[in-house]
Design a protein around this ligand. Structure first.
Ligand SMILES: C[S@@+](CC[C@H](N)C(=O)[O-])C[C@H]1O[C@@H](n2cnc3c(N)ncnc32)[C@H](O)[C@@H]1O
Length: 204
């Protein structure tokens, strides 16, 4: 809630909101967004692991998710759900491949892949180049990562960098091509002291 959902919905005020949730996993970010907002939401979420999604209907979610039981069942069965307010598409496959061919634009991107050490292809400079193509000019990207290679890639791609000004969670990173009202990360100051490495992805 603190790292992804609250800062995202604090920023995006449209009546219809398009969200890219990378990656679906247990669907916490998707389901928490639906509970938190009463806006019209279209959520697209790549996920590699079909077995995981198939098993979600038996997963014991927190009690707060009980209003979503039917939605969770349907997503688990069909990788898809739609009603008048909500559309969820779980795309089984590689998020990197999805991004390469994506022609949608998103208001909110939750960057919640496994850590850069475990899943470097979803944190590389080239990956964030693709993210830049699909985020709206005034869109927001949220992530738990504070890793220098991640922030450096976003910085080089001319994202403005912010962090969560919260006493109750560890910092993460908020990025946008527009100016936002969060605590600024002064990455230029950091660059005076160190030259971070970048995660690179040269596969095509
Ligand atoms: C940290 S979990 C995501 C948690 C999720 N955001 C949530 O709210 O429950 C990471 C997920 O990424 C998936 N994954 C790993 N590599 C991937 C890739 N290249 N493309 C799509 N999904 C991937 C894993 O199967 C795992 O479910």
């Amino acid at each position: 809630m603190q790292k992804h959902i609250i800062p995202a919905f604090q920023t995006i005020k449209n009546d219809e909101i398009k969200i890219l949730d990378i990656c679906f996993g247990l669907g916490y970010n998707t389901f928490a967004s639906i509970l938190h907002s009463n806006k019209k939401l279209h959520i697209i979420s790549p996920e590699l692991d079909l077995e995981l999604v198939k098993n979600l209907e038996n997963f014991k979610y927190p009690i707060e998710f009980s209003p979503l039981t039917e939605i969770i069942k349907e997503v688990s069965k069909n990788n898809f759900y739609e009603d008048e307010r909500i559309k969820i598409e779980v795309l089984i496959g590689d998020a990197r491949e999805y991004l390469k061919n994506c022609d949608e634009k998103f208001d909110i991107i939750y960057q919640d892949a496994f850590s850069p050490k475990n899943n470097p292809s979803l944190w590389s400079y080239e990956y964030f180049e693709d993210i830049k193509k699909v985020i709206k000019k005034d869109g927001i990207l949220t992530t738990y990562s504070v890793a220098s290679p991640v922030r450096y890639a976003l910085y080089l791609l001319e994202f403005n960098l912010y962090t969560h000004d919260s006493k109750i969670i560890r910092d993460g990173t908020i990025a946008s091509l527009s100016k936002l009202e969060f605590k600024k990360v002064d990455f230029e100051e950091k660059l005076k002291r160190i030259t971070p490495t970048l995660y690179r992805d040269f596969t095509n």
